[in-house]
Every structure is written in structure tokens, then in C-alpha cells.
Design a binder for this molecule. Structure first.
Ligand code: CA
Length: 691
């Protein structure tokens, strides 16, 4: 019974596809096979997103002999956060601005490179996208790349030639795409981000993998009732909103987690936080605000709503549920449970019944102070009074960076443990100076209706690490605290190993059962992407692209800068490891730190400083860092000569002299505004030099 739909879909692929010879080589059941470890064919390796490979040639006994087999420079890359795919001896590496490089895993030759030229297509969207991309999808001879500006592009996996392109968002809008598409049943699905950058309404769209035609779209939050609802789910959701929420978009953007479940033919969405964050503005009077911060199950063929579970009713902290959703079948008291596991920003680890969305278990996995527990009867969190900053400023754990972010966790069916990268970092929320009634986000500015500490982030506020979480008992099996924070996702294998790269450039292997460190390699540059493993000619390889990236490389301030990876200083490369690998890591400069410059003759004007601080926090900080401290994703402007020259600064920021390199054009600002930004950055540079 269980295999019937998959056999049927295979037959359909073979009989309907025009390229019969190629299609016959593609076996969609491989995407649901945890026992075949040759390929890493999807974002989470298989549909389950377990990131488990059964390969065991490299195992806890011999991993000490693991060495670099080869490496490939990725010269134009910046931030690298993507999962690499390995399919039939070809590696598909995604780097910044969604550039895809196909590499012959045997010869290490680049077969093709596809550059979607995001900076040329992005227009105003360049102001909100970061250039990060978490990877591509594969289906039947095609690679699907999602460009940051919102295009979904099908490429011939053999040649890199474009087959079709479709635009998934409105052009020049504040929607952008960083997530990896997922492919299933001859379709490819993608969501979007943008919750923080304007009045956004999240949605996902499924397209026909062959033609690029839209098959279905699902909106996460309801629109204006006067326009009519798209479906009954929207009608139901609208009852949980108040005021004129549609003017604020509502949010819920599905920017990361999408999981396909062949057992129930479900798509699970991990939905985003509210737009704006502050619920008092978004939905005055409260309400659960469906389907924010939820897992929503949809029928994979039609996109029709099946069930939902909301992790944060009435969210008001940026506690999105966009973190990965892992499907796991496990036994409790000899009964098989078809569950899904989810560890979102809010700090609770959830197990949910996949057939009906019923909550099976929820326990905190880090410090959590906004809620005491999740009530198992109602499935709702029991909130701590004051957490909604209703009595003024409040500091709670976790904060907007989350107890767990997009860095994927992995599940090992042998140890029955989930390997979860975590952080303990609080957030400080205060809306006492914000007008609730007339608030309207302008778009293309970071405007979330609550102040949450727009200045620099001290490295001391956060701790982090890797934990092996036992979901059955909801306890820590083992835990390794790390220095600093913002590390890569994990991967686990049949060789009783867990692999993870860290922000400081170290790549580790641990015993999956005990957490004992059994191997270490210094990649000499921050690792943010998760490792993968694959097999070519019966030999097992481990691959990881190296290149510091993601939110903490943009918004991390001093916390992100502490590893020493300033913008453009360290090479990006793919590293591939095998037993007895003898290759040498090419030369890499040591960690470095920005040196602010000052002009002693520059007199800081308090009024211009105030105006510059406002512009900085709404616009410049999105890439150049809170408090003027950049963490590597963009240049540290305290050290920039351009900032000392008003004409040069205006040329870059107002005229768009560097748009091709990713620096947006801000024609909405004036030269006087740039003068104000100069006053801000001089004050920050001077303060840093005085330390
Ligand atoms: Ca968010």
C-alpha cells in the first residue's frame, strides 16, 4: 500500500516525460529512501529532511584518518549558507546571489556555472535581499534555483542551460527569496521572506517542474475580507485577527522550512512571524493571528489546507516557526508514531502527529522565559505576564535570533537523537516610544513596530553549542558548549558520526552516540553551511562549502564580528574530505578585525547625529551592522575612506555607483541625509578608537 503512490508517480514520470532516456535514470523513490546513501539529492538529503546518510565507510573508528581530498576556490562568492547537492557524481554548490556551480566529483572540473545576475534583476529589492541562498532542488534532470530577487529558474542539470524562469513575487517589492526550493511529485515549491521590510503577506507557490506553470498558491495570512477570501482556510484564519491587519500585510512569510511527506502527500510549511512584529499594531485587541508561527499541512497536489499547529499564538517577538521540519517515524511503547519534529526560535522542541496535527510533546531545549510550558490539553504556551512588553521594556529568552535558527538539525535513526545547533541569546523589547495607532511600515526599511536594541550586540550576551536531543524523553543526551555563536547546521551518518562546521572555521566530527569529539579540521574561515556526504565509485566523501554567512554576518554587530571574518578578506571554497585524503588547504589569511579611522577635524553635530542614527537603524544597519559594527556580510563603514568624502558617499548610496557589487541605490535619501549618516559613523568610529 505504502509504495503504491510512489510507483505510480514513477510510472507517470517515465510515460509522460518527453526525454524518456534521461527520465528513466531518475528514480523519485530515491528521495524517500533513507537506506540509499549514494546521493544527497535534496536540501535535507531526502524528503524527510533528516540529513541522515546511511554511509558508514567513514565511521567513529577510522574518522581520525579523514583528510582533505580536494578543494575548489569559489572566487566571486561571499556568504555561503547553502546545502550542496550530490547527484550521480556531480556536486551542485550554491553560493551568494544564488550562483550555482556544477562540479564533476571525480575530476573536480567545473562543468558549468550559472549566475542569475541578481544584482541586475533586483531593482529596489536589492535593498532588502542579502545575497544568501540556502540551495537548489533537483527533479528529473533539472536543477531549480531560487534567485534572491524572487525568480525561480529551472536549469538543465547537465549543461546549466535555462529551461524556464518564472517570477514568484511582485517585481521591485520587499519580498525576497533566500530559501531552497523543494521538488516533489513533478512540482517545485518556493516561499519568500520580507516580513521585516514592509507590509508583507506571506505565501508559497507550487509550479509544474516541467513547464514552470503555477499549480497552486497558499496564503499564510488572510487578506482584506472586502476583497473576498482565496479559500476557506483564509476565512477561518480571518476570525483570529483584529483591526485592519491587511494594511500591515500580516506576515507569516515561509522563508525557510518546507517539507514534503510522501506518506500523507502533505506539504508542511514552517510559517513566519508577524508583519510588523508588534501585535498591538498588527491586530489590536489580540487574537491568535493564524497562520503565523505555525506548522501548516497542505495537500501536496492542490495546496488545500489540511491542519495546522501554532507554536506562538498572537506572536509579538519575531518568534517565527521557519526552522526545519523533520519527519520521523518512531516507536513509543511498541506503537509506531508518524511524527514531525520542529525546534523553532521560541525555544520549545515540538513533536506533532503528522496525520492530524495533534501535539504529542513540547519541552524547552534552551533558556525560555517568555512562557513557562506548553499546556498539553490546549496545545498552547502558558505565557509569563509582562512578556508582551505590556508593562514597558522587557528582556526575555530567547530573542529574535532564536534558540535555533535556519541552521539545520539532523536525526539519526540508530541513536534516535536529534543533533541541534542552539543558542542562548535574549531579546530586549520596548514599544513605549512607538505610535501604535498611526503606524504604517513604509517598505524597504526595517520597521517592525518595536525597538529591540538597535545598537551593537555585545559578544558576551550569547552562549551556544551543539546538543543531542532525545525527543522521546525530551531531554539532553549530550551537549557541547561552543565559544561565541552562529555555527553551521549538522549532518549525521550510519558511521555513528555527527559533522558540524563552526563560526570560527573549525569543522568537527563527533560520535553520534556519546558526543565524543573524534576529528577536527581548521578550515580557517567561518563555516555557516551544513556538511553533506555522498559516494562516488564506492568511496565516501564529506563536502562542505566554507564562507561565513547568514543573519549574524549581517546583523550580528560585535557578536558576529568576533570571529574575525571582515568583508571580502578570506577566500570562499568547497572542501571535500575522504579517508587518507592528503590535499593541503590553500593559503588563507588569519582572522582580522576592522580598524576604524577618524578625522580629528570632523565635528559631530548632535542634530545630524540623531538623524543619522535613525537612518542607520532603519536602512544601513540591515547589512552594515547595528551600531555601525559590520560582521562580515558587508564592509565595516567605520573603516571606510568613502565615509569621509560626502561626494563619494553620495555617489555610492544615492547614485548607485556600486549596485553591480550589491550595494543598493537609495534615491529616497538626500545628500543632507548622507551627511547625517557621516555624523553617525564618525561618532561610532571615534567611540571604537577611544576604547
Ligand atoms: Ca523574522
Amino acid at each position: 500500500m505504502r509504495h503504491f503512490p510512489r510507483l505510480l508517480s514513477l510510472l507517470l514520470v517515465i510515460t509522460l516525460s518527453p526525454t524518456l532516456a534521461f527520465a528513466a535514470e531518475f528514480d523519485p523513490t530515491e528521495l524517500d529512501d533513507e537506506n540509499d546513501g549514494e546521493n544527497w539529492m535534496a536540501y535535507g538529503r531526502t524528503h524527510s529532511e533528516q540529513r541522515y546518510s546511511p554511509l558508514r565507510e567513514i565511521n567513529h573508528n577510522n574518522v581520525g584518518k579523514l583528510g582533505l581530498a580536494w578543494s575548489l576556490e569559489l572566487p566571486d562568492a561571499r556568504q555561503i549558507v547553502a546545502t550542496t547537492l550530490a547527484i550521480d557524481g556531480v556536486l551542485y554548490v550554491t553560493s551568494s546571489f544564488s550562483v550555482v556551480t556544477a562540479i564533476d566529483a571525480r575530476t573536480q572540473k567545473v562543468l558549468w556555472t550559472y549566475d542569475p545576475k541578481v544584482t541586475e534583476h533586483a531593482g529596489k529589492t536589492l535593498r532588502v535581499l542579502w545575497g544568501t541562498s540556502r540551495g537548489v532542488a533537483y527533479w528529473d534532470g533539472k536543477i531549480f534555483a531560487a534567485a534572491g530577487d524572487g525568480r525561480l529558474i529551472a536549469l538543465d542539470a547537465k549543461t546549466g542551460a535555462e529551461i524556464w524562469t518564472t517570477m514568484t513575487v511582485e517585481k521591485d517589492s520587499y519580498y525576497y527569496v533566500t530559501g531552497a526550493p523543494r521538488a516533489f511529485n513533478g512540482k517545485v515549491i518556493i516561499g519568500n521572506g520580507g516580513t521585516e521590510m514592509g507590509p508583507a503577506r506571506g505565501y508559497v507557490t507550487a509550479y509544474d517542474a516541467n513547464s514552470g506553470e503555477q499549480v497552486w498558491r497558499f496564503y499564510v495570512v488572510p487578506g482584506n475580507p472586502a476583497d473576498g477570501f482565496e479559500d476557506n482556510a483564509q476565512k477561518m484564519a480571518a476570525k483570529t485577527w483584529n483591526g485592519e491587519w491587511w494594511k500591515h500585510g500580516g506576515g507569516g512569510n515561509v522563508w525557510n522550512a518546507i517539507t514534503f511527506d510522501p506518506d500523507y502527500n502533505h506539504i508542511y510549511l514552517g510559517t513566519g512571524n508577524g508583519s510588523p512584529w508588534n501585535q498591538k499594531i498588527r491586530s489590536p485587541g489580540g487574537g491568535d493571528n493564524l497562520f503565523l508561527c505555525s506548522i501548516v499541512a497542505l495537500d501536496a497536489d492542490t495546496g488545500r489546507y489540511k491542519w495546522h499547529y501554532q507554536t506562538v499564538p498572537g506572536e509579538t517577538w519575531d518568534f517565527n516557526s521557519a526552522m526545519d521540519i523533520v519527519t520521523v517515524d518512531f516507536n513509543v511503547h511498541d506503537r509506531e508514531v508518524k511524527g514531525l519534529m520542529h525546534a523553532p526560535k521560541n525555544g520549545f522542541f515540538y513533536i506533532i502527529n503528522r496525520s492530524n496535527g495533534k501535539l504529542l510533546s513540547a519541552k524547552p531545549f534552551t533558556k525560555v522565559t517568555w512562557a513557562t510550558e506548553v499546556d498539553m490539553k490546549s496545545g498552547r504556551p502558558i505565557e509569563v505576564a509582562g512578556s508582551r512588553y505590556e508593562d514597558g521594556e522587557v528582556k526575555i529568552w530567547p530573542g529574535p535570533l532564536g534558540a535555533h535558527n535556519w541552521q539545520p538539525m539532523s536525526w539519526n535513526p540508530n541513536t534516535k537523537l536529534m543533533y541541534l545547533p542552539y543558542h542562548d541569546i535574549p531579546g530586549t523589547y520596548n514599544d513605549t516610544k512607538i505610535k501604535h495607532v498611526d503606524f504604517q511600515a513604509t517598505g524597504f526599511e526595517f520597521d517592525v513596530g518595536v525597538a529591540y536594541g538597535a545598537d551593537d550586540i555585545s559578544p558576551d550576551v550569547a552562549t551556544s553549542g551543539l546538543m543531542a536531543w532525545d525527543p522521546i524523553t525530551q531531554t539532553v543526551a549530550w551537549k557541547i558548549p561552543y565559544p561565541a555563536m552562529w555555527h553551521g547546521g549538522t549532518m549525521t551518518t550510519g558511521g555513528n558520526l555527527v559533522f558540524q562546521g563552526r563560526g570560527d572555521g573549525k569543522l568537527f566530527a563527533y560520535r553520534a552516540d556519546t558526543g565524543e569529539k573524534v576529528w577536527e579540521f581548521d578550515a580557517k574561515h567561518g563555516i555557516s553551511a551544513p556538511p553533506i556526504t555522498y559516494q562516488v565509485d564506492d568511496q565516501q566523501f564529506i563536502a562542505v562549502p566554507v564562507g561565513w554567512g547568514g543573519g549574524a554576518a549581517m546583523l550580528g554587530g560585535s557578536m558576529g564580528a568576533q570571529h574575525g571574518w571582515p568583508y571580502g578578506m578570506h577566500p570562499r571554497r568547497l572542501l571535500v574530505f575522504a579517508l587518507d585524503g592528503q590535499a593541503e588547504l590553500p593559503p588563507t589569511p588569519p582572522p582580522m578585525f576592522a580598524t576604524p579611522v577618524d578625522d580629528p577635524a570632523f565635528e559631530i553635530d548632535p542634530a545630524l547625529l540623531a538623524s543619522g542614527t535613525d537612518i542607520w537603524s532603519k536602512t544601513c544597519s540591515w547589512c552594515h551592522g547595528p551600531g555601525g559594527v559590520a560582521s562580515g556580510g558587508a564592509p565595516d563603514l567605520r573603516a571606510s575612506g568613502v565615509m569621509l568624502d560626502l561626494d563619494a558617499l553620495s555617489n555610492v548610496a544615492l547614485e548607485g555607483a556600486l549596485t553591480a557589487r550589491g550595494m543598493p541605490k537609495f534615491e529616497n535619501y538626500s545628500k543632507e541625509d548622507m551627511r547625517a549618516v557621516q555624523h553617525f559613523i564618525r561618532s561610532k568610529a571615534r567611540a571604537a578608537l577611544a576604547e
